[in-house]
Design a protein around this ligand. Sequence first.
Ligand SMILES: [Fe+2]
Length: 257
Amino acid sequence: MAYITSAALEETGYVVLDSYGSEIDPKEWLDIEYVDWKSSGDTRFAPLASAKGDIECNGFWNHKPPRTDKDGVWIDSQTAIAPTLTARAQEPGSNVGRCRVIELQPNTYADCLYNLHQDDNNRLNPDGTGWVVRSFFNLTDDKDSYFVLRENRTDPSEETRIALPAGAQLVIDTQRLWHAATHLGTEPRYCLITSWESGPELDAYIAKYNGVNKVESVVVDQETLDAGQAEQARRIAARAAALAARGQAEKVAMSEA
Ligand SMILES: [Fe+2]
């Protein structure tokens, strides 16, 4: 047995879909309820679907009974405020696990490299069912910001940087690829993140929106890239030293983007 996966994601682990062309009222992400949930960076999250329909963001495996990141329960008080976002998450018709809006405060490329992580969406996922991947639908028009993807946390040679204007839509195997966002500017970035189960519905959705599995990276000057890489190495070493002093090993898998 093996997981059902998307052929479109096989080579690079991501696809970029056609940009969403319609305006969405910012109230849909500004008026929903957020909870403090530390992820990679200075973040809060507003769940639209959670393990039991409560406004909380814990991994489904941390609930009783524990389960994988599927069959999220929609939160009526949130979806009533965010009907378009809810419809977008449900549009492919694939199973939805966690669905939430992330609020990310501005950061730097160096911060982003340190924040790179892999998700654990497929914890407890039964063999033979669909592999859980994640959709990122950028809500704010973050023209100077970009998502960073790497196969290897510390290897810049195959880094991909994907632009994040309003309407940008990515589907990423976040358990495979190390990922985080560089968010430049002064205002928070908002992005709808949804766990989708791979299968024919998701494949059809990717095809419908002309998913491409390779894009030109956003251009960043070499000095910034080199300084970011050096700072990532410095922070990783500093954290390892601090943990070693406490007799612990580093835990890098996070549950959120
Ligand atoms: Fe993540």
